[in-house]
Design a protein around this ligand. Sequence first.
Ligand SMILES: CC(C)(COP(=O)(O)OP(=O)(O)OC[C@H]1O[C@@H](n2cnc3c(N)ncnc32)[C@H](O)[C@@H]1OP(=O)(O)O)[C@@H](O)C(=O)NCCC(=O)NCCS
Length: 255
Amino acid sequence: MTLLPGLAELTLDPTHRPEATPAPSLAELTVEPVHCRPELLDACADLINEQWPRSRASRLHSLGQSSDSFPLCLMLLSPHPAPGHAPVVVGHARLSRVLDRPQSLFVETVVVARALRGRGFGRRLMEGLEVFAQARGFRRLHLSTRDQLPFYAHLGYQLGEPVQGLVFTSPRVPAALLRVFSSAPCPRLPCRAPSLAAHAAPKASKGPSLPPPPPLPESLAASPPAPAGPPPQSPLETGYRDLRGGPVFWMEKDI
Ligand SMILES: CC(C)(COP(=O)(O)OP(=O)(O)OC[C@H]1O[C@@H](n2cnc3c(N)ncnc32)[C@H](O)[C@@H]1OP(=O)(O)O)[C@@H](O)C(=O)NCCC(=O)NCCS
């Protein structure tokens, strides 16, 4: 299997010769927060905009909000084939804290470079973010999807309830709330790239030694019980709608 066309499209070097470029290796991938690699901000913005076009300034602003306190943008990186060059950004996902659920993270803006899809990079991205979240004490991931239910189901996600990801940059969020959430989850891990050479950490390794994530404020830590009724979604249809009124499936996975 060759990945040459994919890498060629990602490389902006005009002297680049596709036929001489080694393929990105799954064994050498790493996952790193974008705020630990500011030199890759532009490449990351381009990758996301390739799928969901938006102004570059707006995309860079959004990526610039990434921090250890969440929301946090993770990049899937492949070493550049030429020594001494910055790694190639091959994937991205954004993680946010979840209202009412202190041990959960909301996953969104999951994307793999168009030319590299269907070759295992999406799985590595999702496995890498699971390891990343586990290492910070989180126990469940949530997401919503319009058309990628089969991909997430294949990776172990099940249909779940809607959740509210917390976007702290919104001016509508009161300052008091911002302060409560400004502390970093425990433990505060340094910007270090976990290698994905091996598969995601086995379940046994998540052990009891990890401290739980920081608590949510009391007012955000419990919701009223959901009203009884028929399940609003099945793998084939959903009663949930996104902000534009389109059908959306809610999914979750224990990690
Ligand atoms: C969704 C996306 C991230 C998947 O990435 P990818 O690199 O193509 O996925 P992979 O090749 O790693 O696939 C991983 C596994 O899922 C399986 N899979 C992928 N798509 C699938 C589908 N539609 N149905 C069933 N299985 C699927 C693959 O067969 C593979 O299985 P395996 O690892 O057991 O062999 C990528 O297609 C993408 O960026 N799409 C556009 C953006 C998008 O829609 N994002 C999701 C928003 S909710």
